[in-house]
Design a protein around this ligand. Structure first.
Ligand SMILES: [Zn+2]
Length: 116
């Protein structure tokens, strides 16, 4: 039962953003319209690379939140699971359990990054 559940989760949390065919910009998370092109937006879903480097980071409540530059040039803000990070460090997407809630045992997953 774990594998089926896992596949579902994996699909749900693939790094999918938007690509504007009109101006060539990438956006993550997904957007409905391109802020540059507005009504001329031509957005389509684009699977993003799951590796990148840390551009900057901050520590909030002992969690590391980093601005990550993905390999296609897009940027995303995500938690990095590591004891220590530094700017320029290579990271890749990983799945970490976020938390559980209630008796139904609903588990929330989020996209996080780990050092490569
Ligand atoms: Zn655009």
């Amino acid at each position: 039962m774990v594998p089926r559940f896992w596949r579902k989760i994996k699909y749900r949390y693939d790094v999918v953003g938007s690509y504007c065919e009109n101006c060539g910009s990438y956006y993550y998370p997904k957007r409905e319209i391109c802020p540059r092109c507005r009504r001329r937006s031509k957005l389509r879903d684009e699977k993003f690379p799951d590796e990148g480097i840390i551009l900057s980071y901050t520590v909030v409540n002992s969690r590391i939140i980093a601005m990550i530059g993905l390999n296609n040039g897009a940027k995303t803000l995500a938690e990095v699971c590591a004891d220590k990070v530094e700017i320029g460090m290579k990271v890749k997407k990983a799945f970490r359990r976020y938390g559980e809630e209630g008796e139904a045992g609903i588990i929330y997953y989020g996209t996080k990054f780990v050092p490569i």
